[in-house]
Design a protein. Structure first.
Length: 256
């Protein structure tokens, strides 16, 4: 069957007009997303997302009272995976429709985590320098200001020991930040390390503080702040898996 040029162009125009854009809020009908509502809760009917043809995954989000910052791993650069982030205002409007590449350098970037002190954000992740896989993965960070704008022209090295460091987590005490991660020295049990990062981007212990190292491997840490101390939890890989925790705090501020 032959299709006239005029009909073909009409079909093409329809495709272009109805292709969802990055910044478009998608409203789905009851058959797709009902927007559940009751006297106890409500689920919004409007899904907010970017319609990138590339895979986006491993996401994290934080909100400082005015701006949401969402970070994720993006595969649009097919040679390596980079972190992208986007901002959403408190009314749900997507500010960065296509996302912003955090750092386009020679490092792979994965496993983002983000926290805010109520003003600025600290984003942390793990990276491997291409062509130097024997070094393993390191922990890096970057600050974003109150409006979600990148403050650091270079990545902040949080820990670069010659070992595999991964599964970083971050929390704030309302002023500065604490970062913990899983440390995997070659030939030794896996332990939990951490450090403090000031709001000015200074790292208190660049080699990391050994928080826990036991006879079995400790992995997948997480933490929160209770108003005076951080509480850190992790999984211990003994004969039976168990969850352990301890308190961690500074006697004085590492930096202003």
């Amino acid at each position: 069957m032959k299709i006239s040029v005029q009909l073909y162009m009409s079909l093409l125009l329809l495709i272009v007009l109805f292709q969802p854009s990055y910044s478009q809020k998608q409203h789905f009908g009851p058959e797709d997303h009902s927007g559940n509502t009751s006297s106890d809760f409500q689920v919004d009917k409007e899904l907010i997302y970017n319609s990138s043809p590339f895979s986006s995954y491993d996401q994290a989000v934080a909100f400082n009272g005015d701006v949401y910052v969402i970070a994720w791993v993006d595969t649009r650069n097919l040679k390596d995976f980079k972190l992208y982030y986007a901002r959403l205002d408190k009314f749900g409007n997507l500010i960065d429709s296509a996302g912003i590449c955090l750092y386009n350098n020679g490092y792979s970037q994965s496993s983002p985590q983000i926290a805010t002190n109520g003003d600025i954000f600290l984003l942390v992740w793990e990276s491997i320098l291409y062509g130097n896989d024997q070094r393993g993965s390191d922990i890096f960070g970057a600050r974003l200001d109150h409006n979600g704008v990148l403050m650091d022209s270079e990545m902040i090295p949080i820990s670069r020991e010659y070992e595999y460091e991964k599964n970083a987590r971050v929390a704030s005490d309302g002023e500065n930040f604490c970062v913990v991660w899983q440390s995997d020295p070659l030939g030794s049990p896996i332990g939990i390390n951490g450090t403090f990062v000031s709001k000015s981007g200074d790292v208190s212990h660049p080699d990391g503080i050994q928080i826990f190292l036991g006879p079995h491997s400790a992995s997948t840490p997480d933490l929160c702040f209770d108003g005076s101390r951080y509480f850190i939890v992790w999984c211990d890989g003994g004969y039976t898996l168990g969850v352990y925790g301890l308190f961690f705090w500074q006697h004085r501020r590492c930096c202003s």
